[in-house]
Design a protein around this ligand. Sequence first.
Ligand code: HEC
Ligand code: HEC
Length: 284
Amino acid sequence: MRKLIKILGVAGILATLFLIAMGFRGRSIAASVYETPGRLLESLPDSVDLAEGARLATTTGCHGCHGKDLSGEIFIDAPPFLVVAPNLTSGAGGVAGAYRGPADWDRAIRYRIRPDGRGLLPMMPSENYHRMSDEELTKIIAYLMAAPAVANDLPQTQLRAMGLPIAGFGVLHPRREQADAPSGPTPPPSPTADYGAYLSGLTCVECHGDDLQGGPTPGGGPKAPALGSAGRWPFDAFVTAMREGVALGRTLDPVMPFEDFEAMTDLELEALHRYLATLELGAP
Ligand code: HEC
Ligand code: HEC
């Protein structure tokens, strides 16, 4: 018995030391400064369709997390971290003033790196936006840069004592190879499965899983189902699910962002539908 207590005691001390070491590592990762990745938008063309930028900011989820007026909101307030989707405008409490131009916005959106070079937490889904085409990104950035100032003074994202060891495992900050990787080629907008796969990679994968075979919804709520069957529904039924949140007569939980997807064009929905039809049907 004494021996067991001794072993448990030593194991406890070792575990504590390990967590403290991971905490230090986490603190250093959080303070790391990342170099500029290879390909960034350096400038914007003279005229950009801002309404299209606003539409894309809706369908790709920016408004869902940063608010309809981009003034930000508290995203997660949990023991390990306080995660804030910042106010992206130039109003009081907004971050826009720190952005020197399109390249800084690109770095944050596609590479998860702040203007000062530090990494952003993965709750900002840059892994998904990494492949966003220059054309679409240009419109979103022009829209962000033209957005009216809204005052909303939010606290800053914080890794708390329990969050630092988690960061120490390296999962929270952009890894070098990620930051350096160029975006892959983007298929041209057309009603094809290829373009549908691209669109699905920007948002759907966040909840429905990388291969759209279903997954837990980040932040809780009902499980996001596998989407192979929806690809076999008649196109009209798919559109009703995407724009009105009614799937074959069943009203979907609003965690499925159909209010944002209402803004998807027919072409985008057709491309997505074609892509979903190529997915394997999972077990029922
Ligand atoms: C799932 C929620 C979510 C979505 C979707 C999302 N963001 Fe974010 N974003 C965040 C969070 C959370 C942070 C802060 C992360 C941190 O503080 O480490 C953030 C950070 C940012 C930043 C950096 C702000 C700063 O501190 O300098 C920018 C810029 C940004 N997001 C733009 C966008 C744009 C543009 C889109 C759409 C293309 C988008 N975000 C979509 C949650 C989201
Ligand atoms: C923020 C999380 C989230 C995102 C992003 C998301 N979904 Fe969903 N989706 C869900 C959840 C959760 C459900 C299940 C809702 C329910 O059962 O009430 C769902 C249900 C669906 C359904 C109904 C499926 C069925 O068999 O009933 C379809 C179709 C669908 N989503 C398509 C998409 C597509 C296409 C995208 C990307 C353009 C997408 N979703 C993005 C969370 C999400």
